[in-house]
Design a protein around this ligand. Structure first.
Ligand SMILES: Cc1cc2nc3c(=O)[nH]c(=O)nc-3n(C[C@H](O)[C@H](O)[C@H](O)COP(=O)(O)O)c2cc1C
Length: 303
């Protein structure tokens, strides 16, 4: 049987499939569907220092083969999340990743510091690519300079491995990824959602109060795959590929493009057991194609 382990350097995961932030609740919600131990790791919904209500409805709209969301990072705040994590960690030994948000560099550091002290947390994912927050949200992923500054600050003052999650809504993602690497990031995750627009023709208004919303799902897969390939060629740290992954075949495409592991997002919303199906399909396809390990094909795209 194929070896499914995914090597991120600082940690080895039993398989490459990691449910993505915001699409998997806080993990515990999925316990009635499957054993969380089946996953490579999982990411908590993004968290700020204080509790947030998020954006006014509507928050979700389906598109052709995709999903637009404007949740606005609703959540219990960092202290509230520590309790939730302690509870879910009792039910699984799968590594837990906290998605750290902030409205300023200081807030990013304050949130990261709270989870840095928790043994139940394996890694931090710095979400510097907030597409759905209009006020009080900083988006350092818009520039190499801001990315470098916030990553350096958090990295120098925390101990946990730091994944930096980048926005696709930029003109030179390779430069931004390079800046995150230089500032000490242990891995890069790409991509967060693409900005999109939904219109209501009757009201002649945008559907979402925030105007733009974040597009995810199969619609973005080719775009995400291109970015993963670009970033994997620009940095030496591991890249975690995200965007429209729905099948085991998609997983292997991202690995071939250079990803060391992947995150599954929208699939968890439309099919709660989707991530487990994807793990099984990845294994079956590797056996079928006689691929012995992920390392055998990682970044091995023939050009
Ligand atoms: C409803 C929803 C909420 C999300 N919330 C977060 C979040 O809190 N933090 C974050 O970094 N990304 C968030 N994302 C982005 C996903 O983690 C992922 O990067 C994106 O959906 C692309 O993957 P997919 O096409 O497989 O869904 C959210 C996505 C959706 C659909």
């Amino acid at each position: 049987m194929a070896d499914l382990t995914a090597d991120l350097g600082f940690i080895k995961l039993k398989n490459p499939v990691i449910p993505a932030s915001g699409t998997f609740g806080y993990g515990g919600e999925f316990l009635r569907f499957f054993d969380l131990d089946l996953l490579g790791a999982f990411v908590m919904k993004g968290v700020y220092l204080e509790e947030r209500e998020g954006n006014d409805p509507p928050r979700i709209r389906e598109t052709y083969s995709g999903l637009l969301n404007s949740i606005g990072l609703a959540g219990p705040g960092a202290e509230g999340l520590t309790t939730i994590i302690r509870d879910v960690a009792l039910k699984t030994s799968t590594p837990i990743i906290v998605n750290v948000c902030g409205g300023s560099d200081e807030e990013y550091l304050a949130v990261a510091s709270i989870f840095d002290d928790m043994e139940e947390v394996a890694m931090l994912e710095l979400n510097i690519s907030c597409p759905n927050v209009r006020e009080g949200g900083s988006c350092p992923a818009q520039s190499p300079h801001d990315t470098g500054r916030v990553v350096k600050l958090v990295k120098e003052n925390t101990k946990k491995p730091l994944i930096v999650k980048l926005s696709p809504n930029v003109s030179d993602i390779a430069a931004i990824a390079g800046s995150a690497e230089e500032a000490g990031a242990d891995a890069i995750s790409v991509v967060n959602t693409f900005l999109g627009l939904a219109l209501d023709i009757e009201k002649r208004r945008p559907v979402f109060k925030n105007f733009f919303a974040g597009l995810s799902g199969p619609a973005i897969k080719p775009l995400a795959l291109k970015i993963v390939w670009e970033v994997a060629n620009a940095v030496d740290i591991p890249v975690i590929g995200i965007g429209g992954i729905m099948t085991g075949r998609d997983v292997l495409e991202f690995i071939l493009a250079g990803a060391a592991a992947v995150q599954t997002g929208t699939v968890n919303i439309v099919e709660p057991t989707g991530s487990v199906r994807i793990i099984n399909e990845t294994m079956e396809l590797m056996d079928q194609l006689k691929i012995k390990s992920l390392e055998e094909i990682r970044g091995g795209l023939k050009i």
